[in-house]
Design a protein around this ligand. Structure first.
Ligand code: C5P
Length: 231
């Protein structure tokens, strides 16, 4: 049926941003609201998919707007997101890793609230988190479509499109959604502007560009994804 191109498929979406506790009351986190991931989950559901959303610190108002058919699992840390994503992977035809995952976490979590220690400043030791997306690419069954996200600001020696293409090849997923976050766009806002890339072997091609509300952008990303699934 043309209106429900994802009928019979299951889609896993991660949304929001992980938080890494420092002590019982503090965390390291990021500005992701989860609105883009929630909009993708809604668009996938409207396209007929069974949808599971793993929500990392997504506000209740954002969750409340989801279609009732979307199953939601709440997580806080990267470790929890990883466990939830790995558990859901075998039942998913498509995995969309939209969540902003902390690259690092405190080496130790204090059992009691950390105290101010005078004027000397405070040094935190951080350890690297696993790359969940890269792990899912390694453990996936043939035919599973994995979509990564890249929030880029560019760097002195590379434009964002070049960074996105390189990231898609490095991560080994099938599709990558590039978000330009240089002008304060995307994180926490209502609208977004993205480019969707697909990888086939060592070749990266641009599939679509979309700007607008997160719902509009999601619809285009899902259409692009469907065109790749049907190839
Ligand atoms: O390398 P970078 O963090 O830019 O990659 C972003 C993509 O990788 C996103 O899809 C994000 O969900 C995923 N990611 C992950 N685990 C991490 C860091 C990022 O799955 N530790």
């Amino acid at each position: 049926e043309s209106g429900t191109p994802l009928a019979g498929r299951s889609v896993l979406v991660t949304a929001g941003g992980t938080r890494e506790p420092l002590d019982p009351v503090r965390f390291l986190g990021n500005r992701s609201s989860g609105k883009q991931g929630a909009a993708l989950a809604a668009a996938a559901a409207r396209s007929g998919a069974r949808v599971r959303l793993i929500a990392a610190n997504v506000a209740a108002e954002v969750i409340a707007e989801l279609p009732g058919t979307v199953t939601v699992e709440h997580v806080e840390t990267t470790a929890e997101l990883q466990a939830a994503a790995e558990a859901a992977q075998p039942d998913s035809d498509v995995v969309i890793m939209c969540a902003a995952v902390s690259d690092y976490r405190p080496a130790e979590v204090a059992a009691h609230k950390m105290k101010k220690e005078g004027d000397a400043g405070l040094r935190l030791e951080l350890v690297q988190n696993p790359d969940i997306l890269a792990g899912l690419v390694r453990t996936r069954a043939p035919g599973q479509l994995i979509v990564g996200f890249a929030a880029e600001t560019g760097s002195p020696d590379a434009g964002i499109e070049q960074l996105a293409r390189a990231k898609l090849l490095r991560k080994g997923c099938d599709l990558l959604v590039l978000n330009d976050v240089s002008a304060g766009q995307a994180f926490g806002t209502e609208s977004n502007s993205v480019i969707l890339y697909a990888r086939s072997g060592d070749t990266v091609t641009e599939v679509a560009r979309a700007s607008g509300t997160k719902a509009e952008v999601s619809q285009k990303v899902i259409s692009g994804l469907v065109s790749v699934l049907d190839r």
